[in-house]
Write a protein that binds this ligand. Structure first.
Ligand code: COA
Length: 169
């Protein structure tokens, strides 16, 4: 497995991994009709824009490739939270692995490389938001040393569900 910075040509595949990982990972957490209607094509323009705006190492998108195929990605940057200092605190904005590749160390590799980039960019710590009830992700984050910092919000996905903030110092 290889982890490398995403290029704009990856946007289609990143959008596929994003949607398929949502549909499996958020089953039972988000309304089923909402999940059923998700289409990778809706997200390609957004991912193209995000990848084009990457500013290494402060803000970036990394993809994990296995046998030449992208099986996961992570996006990170300065925190977007109003109550935090965006100069010193980074954020893991999204991390998604293809369901068929779960529990093979892909997420761990992506997170390690993203945190390396954030530390290279002089961020002292980082945070991320996780959906309430997303036990799989919570176990994953806790295993990697992340802990809840007490931050909560009720509008993680358009007011549908709440979420908790985790931090890694
Ligand atoms: C969360 C996610 C990114 C983890 O990726 P992954 O590649 O499966 O994780 P890894 O294989 O690197 O797991 C690393 C460690 O985390 C823990 N872990 C991962 N998944 C777990 C699970 N389902 N249950 C318990 N522990 C888990 C384990 O300790 C694991 O190490 P081990 O397999 O040696 O025991 C992946 O499950 C995913 O894409 N989920 C859906 C999307 C999502 O919820 N993203 C997070 C949004 S906030």
């Amino acid at each position: 497995m290889q982890v490398r910075p995403a290029v704009v040509e990856d946007a289609q595949r990143v959008a596929e991994v994003h949607v398929w990982s949502w549909q499996t990972g958020y089953h039972g957490l988000l309304p089923q009709p909402f999940l059923d209607e998700l289409r990778p094509s809706q997200r390609v323009p957004r991912w193209k824009r995000i990848i084009q705006q990457d500013v290494w190492p402060r803000q970036g998108t990394l993809v994990a490739e296995d046998a030449g195929e992208v099986v996961g990605f992570v996006n990170f940057g300065p925190t977007r939270d109003d109550d935090h200092d965006s100069v010193g605190i980074g954020e893991i904005t999204s991390i998604y692995v293809l369901p068929t590749a779960w529990r093979r160390g892909v997420g761990r590799r992506l997170m390690t490389m993203a945190m390396l980039a954030l530390r290279t960019a002089d961020f002292a710590s980082a945070t991320l938001w996780v959906l309430e009830g997303n036990v799989r992700a919570i176990r994953f984050y806790e295993r990697l040393g992340w802990q809840p910092d007490g931050g909560v919000k009720d509008d993680v996905i358009g007011g549908i569900v709440g979420g908790a903030r985790f931090e890694l110092a």
